[in-house]
Design a protein around this ligand. Structure first.
Ligand code: PMP
Length: 284
């Protein structure tokens, strides 16, 4: 694989970042994941808007213009012959030359790395027909989940707990209400209404979430943005998640309770179809 490091395209085994990089020592950095379908970058502009917001919230210098980011994305797709998959990008505060809690001077160059992951048939995931099972776990993350930081240890632990319990993912719960999945936003459907937690510092503002809610409203579906409990989810007609890499994925089981008879429901199915259709049209 050819990867990108600070302006250079290099074979992955020759890519180098300092051991003093703040991303490595302190998880001081942010990231984005853009999915690629048929060679098109899905919702690229949305991901750029969120990247700039994450960087600004942490006072990390933005290393490139949107145009230069797009060029680098396309260059990586070409060099790695990717038509279906994703592009991962990460910006960290860079290398201060030593370990220190104080930020380095503002003119310290950030570290930008990017790489691709090939995922042939990404849009035809068999799981979309059968749905995921999820387990609930306590949400033990920090208080600024709206910033897309590379500090992913707790979501990773929650994912491992889900796997140990025979499930596909975990839904995290705080003060009795679902925040989100380990790497996705969470939804339920009751009597035709789509219910998902409102935006705040408590959850990541999913780019797929914004698109799916827009498409749902355009299709005259009812949307309610509010918190819901695990019990309410277990009594719902349907459940699903959204993320850039899974698009819309039905959820058919929560903590051993089947949702909608354990079968993928019509709303999740329809939203997945609409999302895939529309995002192909909007891809760049
Ligand atoms: N919530 C969390 C915690 C995530 O990590 C992600 C994916 N990175 C999402 C939601 C979904 O965001 P998006 O639709 O932009 O991929």
């Amino acid at each position: 694989r050819t990867v990108y490091v600070n302006g250079d395209y290099v074979p992955e085994d020759q890519a180098q970042v300092s051991v003093f990089d703040r991303g490595f020592l302190m998880a001081d950095g942010v990231y984005e994941v853009v999915s690629v379908l048929g060679g098109k970058l899905i919702d690229f502009d949305g991901h750029m808007v969120r990247l700039k917001r994450s960087l600004a919230e942490l006072s990390i210098t933005n290393p490139l213009t949107d145009e230069a980011f797009l060029t680098a994305h396309r260059e990586l797709l070409t060099r790695n012959a990717i038509t279906d998959g994703l592009v991962y990008l990460q910006v960290t505060r860079g290398n201060p030359g030593d370990r220190d809690f104080v930020y380095p001077p503002a003119d310290t160059p950030p570290t930008l790395i990017m790489f691709t992951q090939a995922k042939p048939g990404l849009a035809d995931a068999p799981a979309a027909k059968t749905g995921w099972s999820v387990v609930s776990v306590e949400d033990l993350r920090w208080g600024r989940r709206d910033i897309k930081t590379v500090q992913l240890l707790y979501p990773s632990m929650a994912k491992m707990e889900a796997r140990a319990r025979g499930a596909d993912d975990a839904w995290m719960v705080e003060d009795g209400h679902v925040t989100e999945g380990t790497s996705n936003n969470a939804y339920i459907v009751k009597n035709g209404t789509i219910i998902t937690r409102q935006l705040s510092h408590d959850i990541l503002h999913g780019i797929t979430r914004a698109a799916v809610l827009r498409f749902a409203r355009e299709a005259q579906m009812k949307v309610e943005e509010r918190p819901f409990t695990i019990t309410e989810a277990q009594e719902a007609d349907e459940a699903f998640i959204t993320s850039a890499s899974s698009f819309v994925m039905p959820v058919v089981r929560i903590d051993d309770a089947p949702i909608g008879g354990g079968k993928v429901g019509p709303v999740a199915t329809r939203l997945r179809e609409i999302y895939l259709e529309e995002s192909l049209k909007l891809g760049v």
